[in-house]
Every structure is written in C-alpha cells, then in structure tokens.
Design a protein. Structure first.
Length: 481
C-alpha cells in the first residue's frame, strides 16, 4: 500500500515536469481533481430540523446532518445543501468526502455567544494562541485530518458576525484567541469556491498543516491530489477598521492555489505564514509551492504579506496579476530576530497599485514574540525575492526595505517597476543586497547593481525576456496548475 502511494507520486512528478512549471502566464487556473459535482447523496439542512430565521441556533442540526452524511463517505461522499435563509449556528466540524453547498441567499451566521465557539488546543507551531496565551476558539467551520472537502455554492454567504469579537478584543474581554471563520487543519483536497465570506472574528480562511500526510507513522508527501487547498472565486469582506481580519492565511501548508478573489478587509488580504519563533522553528513545517493570481483588493494593511510568523520557512511563492487600491502596503515581508526560518524563492509579478502608501516593504524588526523564551540570535534568512512588472499611481513611497544588521537580505531583484511617487525620498533601504533594472524612480544604492546576464542566476525566476539564455533553476516540488 505504502509503495503504491510512492509510485503514484513518482509517476505524477514525471508527468508534471513535462509541463511549464507555473502554467501559461495570465491564463492559468488551479487544477482541480475533485469538482464535487458528482456526490451521489444529498440532504438539506432543513431535514435535520434547522430553522432559517436568523434567531434559532442550528448547531445541533449541522452536527446531526454531518454525522448522518458520514455513512456515505465511502460511497462517493455526500452534499449538505443549505437553502436560502439565515442559519444561525455555533462552530461545527466537517468530514471527508463532503460538499457543503450554500444556495443563493443562503447565509450561515456565526453565533454571537462565545460559548458556541469551543476552545481548542493552541497550534504546536505557535506554542500558544496568537493573541493570548492558552487555547483558541474553534473556527465556525472546522475540519481536521480530512480529504476531499468542498465548501461552495451559488454565492451564498458565511457571516461570522465578528463585530462582537472585535468589541471583546478592543475592550480586553477575550479569554482566548479569537476564532477564524474557516479553518482546515492537516487536510488535503480542500476546495473553497463561489461564496462570500463576511466579518470574520479573526483571520477569515486558515489552512494550516495542509501539507504532509502521515502514513504508517512516517511523513510522506501526498501526490494523488494536485492541490491540498484551492480557494477560487470568493469574495471576502470585513470593515477596514476591523482588527486582524486577514483574508486568506496559508500556514505551514504545501501546494495552495488562490485565484480570482476580491478581498477587502481590515488586515492583510493574503498572508503566508509558518509558525512563531521557537515553536515554529521546532515544528519546522514550511509553507511552500503557493500560487496566487488575479486577486483584487483593498485594505489598511498589505495586499500580499509573508510573515510575520515565518519560523518554519516560506518558499516557492508565485503571485501574479494583482491589483491593490486604497491600501497601506502592496507587498510586505515581515520578520524579526528570534523568528529564525527563511523566506526564499519568491516571485511577484504584474501588480497594479493605486493610492497605496508604500509599494514594497520589508520589515526586519517586526517584534511580537510568543514569550520570553525565543532566541534573539535566531535570525531569519531572506533571499531570492524577485519583484517585477509593477505599475503604481499615487504612491507615497516606492520601497521601505529594512533588513537586519548582521543578517543582510540577499539577492533582492527588482525589474520593470514604474511608480508615480509623491514623496521626495521614494526608497529607503538598509541591510539588503540585490539588483535592479528599469526601476523608476531610481532605487537605492544597495540595489543599484544593474541586472546583467552574469548575475541572472542570483535572482529567482526572472521573466523569460531577461533570462532566456539561462537555464531555469527549478525547485524539486514544482507542480503544474
Ligand atoms: C493528519 O491526518 C492523518 C490522516 O487522517 C493522520 O493519520 C495524522 O495523524 C494527522 N496528523 C496530525 C498532526 O493531525
Ligand atoms: C487527527 O489526527 C491526530 C493525530 O493522529 C489525532 O490526535 C486527532 O485526534 C485527529 N483529530 C481528528 C478530529 O480526527
Ligand atoms: C464565481 O461564482 C459565482 C457565484 O458566486 C458564479 O456565478 C460565477 O459563475 C463564478 N465564476 C467562475 C469563473 O467560476
Ligand atoms: C456575491 O455576493 C457578494 C456580496 O453580496 C457580491 O459583492 C458579489 O459581487 C457577488 N458575486 C457574484 C459573482 O455574484
Ligand atoms: C471571559 O470569561 C468571563 C469569566 O468567566 C466571562 O464572563 C466572559 O463572558 C468571557 N468572555 C468571553 C468573550 O467569552
Ligand atoms: C463556480 O461556479 C461556476 C458557475 O456555476 C461553475 O462553473 C464552477 O465550476 C464553480 N467552481 C467551483 C470550483 O466549484
Ligand atoms: C496583468 O494583470 C492584469 C490583471 O490585474 C491582467 O488583466 C493582465 O492580463 C496581466 N498581464 C499579463 C501580461 O499577464
Ligand atoms: C479609493 O477610495 C476613494 C474614496 O473612497 C474612491 O473614490 C476610489 O474609487 C477608490 N479607488 C481608487 C483606485 O482610488
Ligand atoms: C513592464 O511591466 C508592465 C506592467 O506589468 C508591462 O505591461 C510591460 O510589458 C513590462 N515591460 C517589460 C519589458 O516586460
Ligand atoms: C503622476 O501623476 C500625476 C497626476 O496624474 C501626473 O500629473 C504626473 O505627471 C505623474 N508623474 C509621473 C512621473 O508619471
Ligand atoms: C530610513 O529609515 C530609517 C528607519 O528605518 C530612518 O531612521 C531614516 O530616517 C529613513 N531615511 C530617510 C531618508 O527617510
Ligand atoms: C555580477 O556579475 C558581475 C560580472 O560577472 C560581477 O563582476 C559582479 O561581482 C556580480 N555581482 C555580484 C553582487 O555578485
């Protein structure tokens, strides 16, 4: 059995390497192996006594429906249909081979009573709750150790009613870290699509440890699914002043594809993470092979963020065709001494910015440690970051690029960047080294060395017109999409 999995993996890798590693520019789509359209069994939540009046608590109905549908898991799985209505519920758990389908005008509403969101253990890679020591409230929709789960519909809505949580946060009345709207842990074959997510209490969609699968006690990569997590064609909204309402946070996860989303929230639209200081270093689960494309959004924070929790490492991130408006920052890498880990092999291209304070930002002194036991000598490695084909209008600063003294960020490559900047000193760089080409306004001295063929191989994945003569250095795990 074990050998079969490994063999399938090898065959797929061979097949996949004959394709272009990141698909055709601009037109590619996440590859879905499970469309979920073929679930042979379907029930409606109303068959389990649910009442869609926005007042009746339906937690038991969701739990009972899903318990019942578990008996179809080995028969092709099942669909739980949520019709038009306002379905108030506390947190409930998904199962494998399930499609949760929200019809047009169906709204799942999160309970405003914190007792309906039980408290889970902290994540081992964080060592404690992100906001408070101790546990974390379980997400409204939660799944663990699952395979083949689809959350979709006809633009139905999942509304966390986060207002009450933001109030508890602001008045210091929380006892545990706030819940996410959706969290999938250690799961594969997850698809989240065609829905609207509103007012999450905390980060909105949180795939965590969706990476390796334990087979016989050993960790092995799963190859039979193309993507562990796909988020496609969703709208995520929260007020711009709502605290920590990130959009999508892939965390210690492998092979995640996010595309065609509109996100407008109070914090980072997409934030890639991998654990916190000594806990993240010890747990050592990277986020890698992450595709992001065709995202439009608006935030008081950043469009694409990496970190600040990145202690398990982040690599092989490809983000393209993005448009961020009315935001504080376009692209940011946040880290600190004590984090350890790495951020490397990051490629960001074709970004349009309008009315953004800082186009590109590196923060080397983010701070925020889980406790006093972190090792201040654990320095992060930040290298091979390529940012190209960026245009911006009404930008205050082009780049605040701050490395760490004694820990220079290396091979930062900027190419074809044109920003209409209002500040007199558009760039401010410290402890970084790299190259630039066609950057306007002219970049700082430490990136002043012009990209030339001799140096192309220092830069990660430069576009073809710049590096056509150079052999592509490919990572071992590139999959096609
Ligand atoms: C992940 O899920 C697999 C399959 O259900 C299970 O064997 C493994 O123990 C889980 N690991 C964790 C850390 O939850
Ligand atoms: C997931 O797997 C882990 C590790 O095997 C186990 O401790 C946990 O109880 C499982 N959780 C669920 C919900 O299956
Ligand atoms: C996106 O989702 C909406 C429903 O939310 C659907 O009508 C539309 O066809 C979807 N678009 C794509 C490209 O899947
Ligand atoms: C889905 O609903 C949201 C919120 O009502 C709306 O902003 C969005 O345009 C809708 N999407 C589609 C594809 O209809
Ligand atoms: C925190 O605990 C106190 C005391 O048990 C309780 O009154 C309060 O409702 C709790 N707060 C939240 C947000 O659950
Ligand atoms: C989203 O909805 C469109 C239109 O109904 C459908 O074609 C597409 O397959 C759906 N996407 C997913 C991933 O379910
Ligand atoms: C750049 O991104 C925009 C969407 O933001 C898209 O319309 C355009 O086709 C992309 N250009 C390339 C060359 O992929
Ligand atoms: C930004 O916000 C302003 C004021 O809310 C709005 O008029 C404008 O359309 C938004 N978008 C851009 C790209 O500036
Ligand atoms: C520079 O970037 C812009 C915006 O993405 C793009 O339209 C243009 O083709 C790029 N130029 C080169 C030489 O790649
Ligand atoms: C920046 O935008 C302003 C207003 O649109 C325009 O007048 C100015 O020429 C632009 N500057 C550059 C350098 O493109
Ligand atoms: C650059 O940033 C540093 C802080 O990182 C600040 O002290 C310095 O004044 C800035 N320089 C300019 C020219 O803005
Ligand atoms: C870039 O290549 C040139 C020519 O080989 C070399 O002189 C220069 O030192 C290289 N730059 C760096 C930072 O390695």
């Amino acid at each position: 059995m074990k050998r079969d999995f490994i063999l399938v993996g090898v065959l797929l890798v061979v097949a996949v390497f004959s394709d272009a590693p990141w698909g055709a520019r601009g037109s590619a789509h996440c590859k879905l192996t499970n469309s979920g359209e073929l679930r042979p069994h379907s029930v409606s939540i109303t068959e389990f006594g649910a009442v869609g009046d926005g007042v009746t608590l339906n937690t038991k109905a969701f739990q009972n429906a899903i318990f019942y549908l578990n008996s179809f898991a080995d028969k092709g799985g099942a669909k739980l249909f949520v019709p038009a209505g306002r379905w108030l519920t506390g947190s409930f758990d998904l199962i494998s081979h399930l499609t949760l389908w929200l019809d047009k005008d169906a709204v799942i509403l999160g309970s405003t009573n914190s007792d309906d969101w039980p408290v889970n253990e902290p994540l081992p890679s964080y060592g404690r709750g992100r906001e408070l020591p101790g546990g974390r409230h379980r997400s409204l929709i939660y799944g663990r150790n699952l395979t083949d789960v689809i959350i979709t519909g006809d633009n139905g809505t999942i509304d966390g009613q986060g207002d009450i949580w933001w109030k508890w946060f602001r008045t210091g009345n929380l006892n545990n870290t706030r819940p996410h709207l959706v969290e999938l842990m250690n799961s594969t074959g997850v698809v989240i699509s065609n829905l609207t997510f509103l007012n999450s209490p905390f980060w909105t969609i949180h795939p965590v440890y969706c990476s390796f699968y334990e087979i016989g006690g050993e960790l092995r990569l799963v190859f039979w699914m193309n993507s562990h997590v796909t988020v496609q064609n969703v709208t995520i909204l929260a007020p711009h002043d709502s605290p920590n309402t990130d959009g999508i946070d892939p965390d210690s996860s492998h092979t995640v594809c996010i595309e065609d989303c509109y996100i407008s929230t109070g914090d980072d639209l997409i934030a890639i993470k991998s654990g916190w200081d000594e806990y993240g270093i010890a747990y050592a689960r990277p986020s890698t092979n992450i595709i992001i494309r065709r995202i439009i959004g608006e935030t008081q924070s950043a469009g694409i963020a990496i970190g600040s929790e990145m202690s398990g490492g982040v690599s092989e991130v490809h983000a393209e065709n993005l448009r961020f408006v009315n935001s504080s920052v376009g692209i940011v890498i946040k880290t600190s001494s004590g984090r350890g880990g790495y951020v490397r092999d990051i490629y960001i291209s074709n970004v349009t910015l309008a009315n953004v304070d800082i186009a590109i930002r590196f923060i080397g002194h983010y701070g925020e440690h889980p406790d006093e036991f972190y090792d201040p000598k654990a320095l992060p490695t930040i290298e091979r970051i390529t940012v190209e084909n960026i245009v911006g209008e009404n930008i205050k600063y082009a780049g605040f690029l701050e490395g760490i003294e004694g820990d220079t960020f290396l091979n930062i490559c900027l190419s074809n960047i044109t920003l209409n900047v209002t500040s007199e000193s558009p760039w401010n760089c410290s402890y970084i080294q790299g190259y630039s080409d066609l950057v306007n306004p002219e970049t700082c001295e430490s990136l002043g060395e012009k990209l030339s063929p001799q140096n192309y191989s220092d830069c990660y994945h430069l576009s073809n017109h710049l590096r056509s003569s150079i052999n592509q250095k490919k990572g071992a795990w590139f999959l096609s999409w």
